[in-house]
Design a protein around this ligand. Structure first.
Ligand SMILES: [Zn+2]
Length: 267
């Protein structure tokens, strides 16, 4: 399959001065570092139209996962399944997020076909894959919400201003080509005082430095932005949010960054 790709400047500062990182690039996918702000990103992401069907996340994820499993040794494979089991046994994450975000309407961006939120949340979502969107929309409507189909950075500006109580971006922002616009859109559609939760892979982690090109945060072509806590905070503040890194204490050991963004009550 020959995907339609597009080239972009540094998505963080719009500079055209970028340095290709051959050691992290793979097949046709070019990872680059901005020479001005040092943000690392995929230079030639797949166009949104292809993400709607042929290159949708659910297809590329399983392809990539199959490749990774073949390469894994037995010990690593056992560790992988233990981790999956750990996730399954964990308490319902809804309790954790209720404390962080409060109840009410929640917009889950890049929700896939999963509805993670039930009462007292009212689940809304945005999903680019047409197939997954149809599944999520039916489930969300049954719970009083709705799912919107399209690319996050475009759809979000069609939603009502000051409307949602909270926004969830769990493993989403690393996929979003126009992440700065997306954050602006989140700020716009949240009620004053509303909160957004973000979880992205941590390019600044120790594991990334040790693992090099084998770091599991590299996913081609799904992940298009490689954040550090500093670049994530800068993007959030530029959109108008107050930003709190919630796993700051052990961030250098953590392969993910978690952040709570707050829209000030008076803007
Ligand atoms: Zn830059």
């Amino acid at each position: 399959m020959n995907p339609q790709t597009t080239y972009r400047n540094c998505p963080a500062c719009n500079s055209t001065a970028v340095l290709g990182l051959e050691k992290f690039s793979k097949d046709i996918w070019k990872i680059a570092e901005c020479s001005v702000c040092h943000f690392v990103f995929l230079e030639n992401p797949v166009k949104y139209k292809a993400l709607e069907e042929d290159f949708s996340w659910e297809k590329t994820f399983w392809l990539e996962d199959g490749e990774r499993k073949k390469k894994r040794g037995m010990v690593k494979r056992a560790a992988y399944y233990l981790r999956i089991l750990g996730y399954t046994l964990k308490a319902n994450p809804q309790t954790k997020y209720l404390k962080l975000l409060g109840a009410g309407s929640i917009l889950d961006i890049g929700c896939g076909d999963v509805v993670r939120w039930t009462a007292p949340f009212i689940p809304f979502g945005i999903e680019v894959s047409k197939h997954l969107h149809a599944l999520a929309d039916a489930k969300m409507r049954a719970l009083g919400g709705e799912c919107y189909q399209g690319s996050g950075a475009e759809i979000i500006f069609k939603l009502k201003k000051n409307h949602f109580d909270s926004v969830m971006m769990h493993s989403y922002l690393e996929h979003e080509i126009q992440y700065r616009e997306l954050l602006e859109g989140c700020f716009r559609c949240l009620k004053p005082g509303g909160k957004a939760f973000v979880r992205v892979p941590n390019y600044g982690s120790l594991n990334r430095r040790v693992s090099g090109a084998k770091w599991p945060g590299f996913r081609y072509p799904d992940h298009v932005n490689y954040f550090t806590q500093h670049s994530l905070r800068a993007a959030a503040q530029e959109a108008g949010f107050q930003c709190k890194i919630t796993n700051k204490a052990k961030i250098w050991l953590d392969d993910n960054i978690q952040a709570l963004l707050t829209k000030p009550a008076t803007t």
